[in-house]
Design a protein around this ligand. Structure first.
Ligand SMILES: NC(=O)c1ccc[n+]([C@@H]2O[C@H](COP(=O)([O-])OP(=O)(O)OC[C@H]3O[C@@H](n4cnc5c(N)ncnc54)[C@H](O)[C@@H]3O)[C@@H](O)[C@H]2O)c1
Length: 351
């Protein structure tokens, strides 16, 4: 039974103690730390026998592993200390604040002894995974373009570290967009070039961009676009993905929980839409079919992520998203930021 600690009990940690019940036989929370003690205490209430402390050093004697869910400027110092103490670490994305701190953690990484895994929870979301596998395996033929939209409103972070570039490591793209740059690299392979234009217009709580537009080109010839905003006062797309393939356009509508194939042209070279319908789905329109739908029974992504972390510890495996691996998407973002500042297209070869 792995003794787990949680360092940082803010929005990420909310209700974690109860969320992880499905992993009861494999781990138990034994310690919670937050500089605002009452936040640690609120979590500890749900985990019998767990301690709550304000100083994270005080968890180290009570745990085998920790989840670090802290402001980004604390990822490196706290992560390094936990690794030095021999604790397995699940670091909430991004790995750390900047290149130097990330490289230092990569240098320290001795996974699986102890494990250092970076938490990119969208990698564990079933519909996103299904779409990603369809793209990676060319299930609907070659994929020539993917667009991802994420539209949120975050003015409740006014005055908090999330708006401060020096604590966040950048703006919306670095903090939230890193999930989607990570997915685009995972789905489409080697990036070759790209651009970023961002603005903090209408998100004055952000020192750097609150709204971000990224265009990427990949070695396969495929292109990708990512629009992310923390300033959406309303939204229709919310979290959506469009992937254009040789056999039609795949749409992930995350709010609706559906993955749909759209096809306007017909032809004997294309499989009939009926053949592509997901389990229990029928073709109700001549130009589209639902190929997958969110299942209420599916494991929650944070639980699947924690299970992957436990697998690494128990089976002495290197995590799929290791410290070094997680730096690829961050390196893309740093090069995009630098190119934006210089007014040029970013060279992304070799990331
Ligand atoms: N995977 C996701 O989908 C997702 C979503 C949100 C946030 N995150 C990540 O989780 C991490 C935390 O984000 P959040 O939104 O929970 O932030 P938050 O501000 O809500 O929580 C951070 C917590 O850390 C505590 N803290 C600050 N300094 C501390 C210290 N020295 N010692 C102990 N505790 C300290 C704060 O009091 C606060 O409770 C970040 O890395 C963020 O990017 C991930």
């Amino acid at each position: 039974m792995i003794r787990m600690g949680m360092i940082g009990c803010g929005s990420m940690a909310a209700s974690h103690a109860t969320t992880f019940r499905p992993l009861d036989g494999r781990m138990r929370f034994t310690a919670f730390a937050d500089i605002e003690l009452e936040r640690a205490e609120a979590q500890a209430k749900h985990a019998s026998g767990a301690i709550a402390v304000a100083d994270y050093h005080d968890v180290l004697d009570h745990v085998d592993a920790v989840v670090i869910a802290l402001p980004h400027d604390l990822h490196y110092p706290v992560g390094a200390e936990c690794l030095r103490a021999g604790k397995h670490v699940l670091m909430e994305k991004p790995l750390a604040l900047n290149r130097a701190q990330c490289h230092a953690l990569v240098e320290m990484d001795r996974s699986p002894d102890p494990v250092l895994m970076v938490g990119y929870v969208m990698r564990h979301e079933p519909l996103w995974t299904e779409l990603g596998e369809a793209i990676r395996t060319k299930r609907f033929g070659e994929v020539f373009h993917v667009s991802i939209w994420t539209e949120q409103y975050t003015d409740d972070s006014r005055g908090k570290w999330l708006g401060q570039a020096a604590r966040l490591g950048g703006g919306q793209l670095f903090s939230h967009g890193c999930h989607y740059i990570d997915l685009l690299l995972h789905w489409l392979g080697e990036p070759v070039s790209g651009t970023h234009v961002g603005t903090n217009l209408c998100t004055p709580w952000m020192e750097r961009e609150g709204t971000s537009n990224v265009s990427l080109k990949f070695a396969s010839g495929a292109t990708a676009y990512h629009f992310g905003t923390w300033g959406a006062r309303g939204s229709r797309l919310r979290y959506s993905v469009h992937a254009h393939t040789e056999q039609g356009m795949l749409e992930l509508d995350f709010a609706d929980g559906t993955l749909t194939l759209y096809r306007d042209r017909s032809g004997s070279d294309l499989p009939a839409l009926q053949a592509l319908a997901g389990p229990g789905e029928t073709v109700e329109s001549a130009n589209r079919v639902v190929i997958a739908r969110r299942s209420g029974a599916a494991t929650k992504p944070v639980v699947a992520q924690m299970a992957a972390f436990l697998d690494c510890i128990e089976q002495r495996k290197t995590p799929e998203i290791s410290a070094a691996q997680s730096m690829r998407s961050l390196e893309v973002i740093w090069r995009l930021y630098e190119a934006e500042e210089a007014g040029v297209v970013a060279d992304l070869r070799g990331v």
